[in-house]
Design a protein around this ligand. Structure first.
Ligand SMILES: Nc1ncnc2c1ncn2[C@@H]1O[C@H](COP(=O)(O)OP(=O)(O)OP(=O)(O)O)[C@@H](O)[C@H]1O
Ligand SMILES: [Mg+2]
Length: 342
């Protein structure tokens, strides 16, 4: 599942900065200088501890960030070369749910409780495709069957609260995929579900992705899911992407001390995890970030200048970047030496 370098770029996020104005007057930099690329058809996992900025990054792409208190202070988000941040609301609405769809962690936040599943699906289809109500209904039924709902005729007449969590998530996937998006953003889509349903939903997402050749930005805390599904992994820490690498390389040769610690504390890929494993210390809050590298206070390889200068992302391979002073030329060798000695 290695990433092909010659793949076409679908989404390009450049130097994205998102801030929140807090009630106490402070400003929280929740996404800071985030840059990444997603290629057509690629599955990219975004991992990181709670509060690291994963959901805010995805909501920014969808232009669903609550503004205020949120604000995109800088950066560009280009889909097929078009900066979404410059689009009029009307033009963004025609992209949302069509070219880019999102599945949320809790499906009740995006399913409307007062409309039937059928009404919501027909509306989602007709917003982007010129078809009659009857045709849209037939399409909705087919989409529900595609996501493994056998009694689709009954489900289409029901309201969200009448369905189980697993069924609601299937419906969400059916809605998200009904206009064949080029990019699906899945923000912890299976966290609220029990293990067997999780596995089914995951399988289903990957099947739909393959059929429709969509790219996926997959936010998850479950590294076994990452290992099974992703082509590439981006690790976020305190609002920044600190490492970005093909999945095999990241698992076998993590470079950033945070990624290495994350993988080291994982009991095993087979073990069920509800949270990312804990690393001594805590993530600094977004309104009180330390000077220099944000991981420095927890880093076993910290150097004096890590507390003073923020490391920039550095490509150590054409498709592997890391944001760490150890990978400035002078530090890299010493670090590799220390690591192989442990
Ligand atoms: N409406 C808001 N007002 C102020 N701060 C916010 C708001 N929403 C999010 N934040 C802050 O933004 C930061 C990033 O939040 P985000 O939801 O993106 O984290 P996450 O990585 O998705 O975490 P999780 O794994 O828990 O879902 C957090 O510090 C959070 O407290
Ligand atoms: Mg989140």
């Amino acid at each position: 599942m290695e990433q092909a370098l010659d793949k076409q770029v679908l989404l390009e996020v450049n130097h994205l900065n998102v801030q929140f104005q807090l009630k106490n007057g402070k400003q929280a930099k929740v996404v800071d200088d985030v840059s990444f690329v997603i290629h057509k058809g690629e599955t990219v996992a975004l991992v990181g501890e709670s509060g690291s900025g994963k959901s805010i990054t995805s909501l920014s792409i969808m232009r669903l960030l609550p503004m205020p208190p949120g604000q995109i202070a800088a950066g560009t988000i280009a889909l097929n070369g078009k900066n979404l941040l410059e689009l009029k609301n009307k033009d963004m609405s025609s992209i949302r749910g069509n070219d880019v769809s999102m599945i949320f962690q809790e499906p009740m936040t995006s399913l409307d409780p007062v409309f039937t599943i059928g009404n919501q699906m027909i509306e989602a289809i007709r917003r982007h495709q010129k078809v009659s109500k009857g045709q849209a209904r037939e399409m909705a039924l087919q989409h529900l069957k595609d996501v493994g709902i056998a009694h689709a005729e009954k489900v289409i007449t029901e309201y969200p609260h009448q369905l189980s969590g697993g069924m609601r998530q299937r419906v969400m996937i059916a809605i998200a995929m009904c206009n064949k998006p080029q990019l699906l953003i899945a923000d912890e889509p299976t966290t609220a579900l029990d293990v067997t349903v999780q596995a089914q939903i995951l399988k289903l997402m990957m099947k739909m992705k393959k059929e429709q050749q969509s790219a996926i930005l997959f936010i998850t805390h479950d590294m076994s899911v990452v290992a099974q599904t992703a082509d590439r992994v981006m690790v976020m820490y305190a609002g920044q992407i600190i490492e970005d690498a093909p999945v095999r390389e990241l698992f076998l040769q993590p470079k950033h001390p945070y990624t290495a610690a994350l993988l080291k504390t994982m009991p095993s890929l087979e073990t069920e995890m509800t949270r990312l494993p804990s690393i001594p210390g805590t993530v600094p809050p977004a309104y009180a970030l330390p000077e220099g590298c944000r991981f420095a206070p927890r880093c076993p390889f910290v150097m004096a200048h890590c507390h003073k200068r923020t490391p920039e992302p550095r490509f150590i391979q054409p498709n592997h970047s890391v944001r760490c002073h150890l990978f400035a030329e002078e530090g890299a060798l010493a670090y590799e030496g220390q690591r192989s000695a442990t």
